[in-house]
Each structure stands twice: as C-alpha cells, then as structure tokens.
Design a protein around this ligand. Structure first.
Ligand SMILES: [Zn+2]
Length: 252
C-alpha cells in the first residue's frame, strides 16, 4: 500500500459515519479518486476544514486495491472556492465544473492538463473572469481531454473544410459539422447558426488564455448553450444536472 502525494480538487463529500466522510477527488497525478476521510467531520479533525467542495487541497493518501476506497491520511487547504459566498451563478458554474470532471473521467485515469484547466477555471470564476467564456473554454478543454473535441471547421465525416454561412448541420453522435455531401441520411443532426460555430472556434483557439472581457455576443449565448448541453447529453447518456443552471434557454 503506497502513500501518494498530489494536489486535488474536492468534487463530492458524502457523510459516512458520525465522524467520517467519503470524498471524491480529482487529483493532478492519479485522476479521480474515491477516498475515506476518517475524522473529517470532527470540528478539530485531522484535515482542519480542508475537505470543502471545490477546494484545491494538497493530499497524502493510501491507495487500496482496485475496488475498495483509498484512505485519505492528510489534506491541507491551498485555496477555497469562494464564489459560494458571493454569486449564485458562479457557484453553479463551479458545481458544473465538478459534474463535468465526475462524468468525463474514470477513476485512476490521470489527466494533468485537465486538472490544470479545472484549477484555473475555478480560480477565474472566483476572481471575476467573464462567466460564459470561462465555462465554455473549460468545456472545450474537457472535451479535448476526453477525446471528444467537436470538429468545428472540417466535416466530421469526410474532413472537407466547410465554408460557413447561415446555418450549419452539426451531428451530435460523431460531434461535428457536416458538409452537404455527408449530411443526407444522417441522424442526430441539428442546425446551428454559423455564429455559434465561429464562437466555439474562437474560444478553442484561445485555450489557456483567461478572457479579460466578455466577447461572446449575448444573442447567440442561448443557442450556444443548447448545442453544448445537447452534445454533453449525447456523450454521457443523460443531461448534466447543472447544465440548466448555466443561464439562458437550453431548449433545442
Ligand atoms: Zn463531408
């Protein structure tokens, strides 16, 4: 049983007994981890209040055999997610980040780049970066890490570059735009305005860069959310719980 050290973001905390809880963590080096935190519910417990939803913590844990929970032995708080006290929309966006990490990653499958992106996104939410752009940027990084980046310029079937104007067919199952040759007979196709595709391309090109100002046109925000919510629902097999809390209409 090896003791492992890493950074982690707290995704979920469930009471386990009077003094303990089970935590789901997204760690930098080991991916998603489920661990028992003994004494975490005691006021002066061993973790000193570090087990807090969406907090960035430094941990030591003991890895157990495949099916059982790991054991958390140390947790030090590095940064609390503070939006909880200030802004409901940002709090929900933080929950959404946790939901995406939970749904798109497997236990024990490390994605350090996704960890960095999640850490940065939570910090950006806390420091007042534009909400919509910050979340979409994280969604596109999460899709890339999960191997499901949508194809936004070439046809997802034949690869041909598409000239955009008006509305563009987007296939949910294969995740991308379709050219007019490939469109006939395909299922799960929605019609998306070329401005939404352009906005997604723009954000995917800015990966890593925190937007200082909102730059998405508010008139396309509703449609953009509808497309992404629908795409994630196809990927994970159900609608994400927090997706309806991200503002704007999600009807498709
Ligand atoms: Zn094609």
């Amino acid at each position: 049983m090896a003791a492992e050290k890493t950074h982690a973001i707290v995704l979920k905390v469930v009471e386990f007994s009077e003094s303990s809880c089970v935590v789901t963590l997204f760690t930098e080096d080991f991916g998603k981890v489920g661990a028992l935190a003994k004494g975490a519910r005691r006021p002066k417990g061993p973790f000193e209040g570090a087990i807090d939803l969406l907090a960035l913590i430094r941990i030591v844990f003991l890895r157990k055999s495949s099916d059982s929970l790991d054991l958390l032995t140390e947790a030090k708080l590095e940064r609390r997610f503070r939006s909880a006290q200030r802004d409901l929309a940002r709090l929900y966006a933080g929950y959404y980040v946790a939901e995406l990490l939970t749904e798109l990653t497997e236990r024990g499958d490390p994605h350090p780049a996704l960890f960095q992106a999640a850490d940065r996104t939570l910090l950006d939410l806390d420091t007042g970066a534009p909400l919509v752009e910050t979340i979409v940027r994280f969604e596109l990084t999460a899709l890339k890490e999960a191997g499901h980046s949508p194809s936004l310029s070439g046809c997802v079937i034949c690869g041909r570059e598409i000239k955009f104007s008006g509305r563009v067919p987007f296939e949910m199952t294969s995740g991308g735009v379709l050219c007019e040759n490939c469109r006939p007979g395909r299922r799960g196709v929605v019609s998306v305005s070329s401005q939404v595709i352009d906005a997604l391309r723009k954000i995917s090109l800015r990966e890593g860069e925190a937007p200082a100002e909102p730059f998405l046109d508010t008139t396309i925000h509703g449609e953009l959310r509808a497309v992404l919510n629908n795409y994630f629902a196809h990927l994970v097999g159900h609608r994400l719980r927090m997706s309806d809390s991200l503002g704007s209409s999600t009807k498709q």
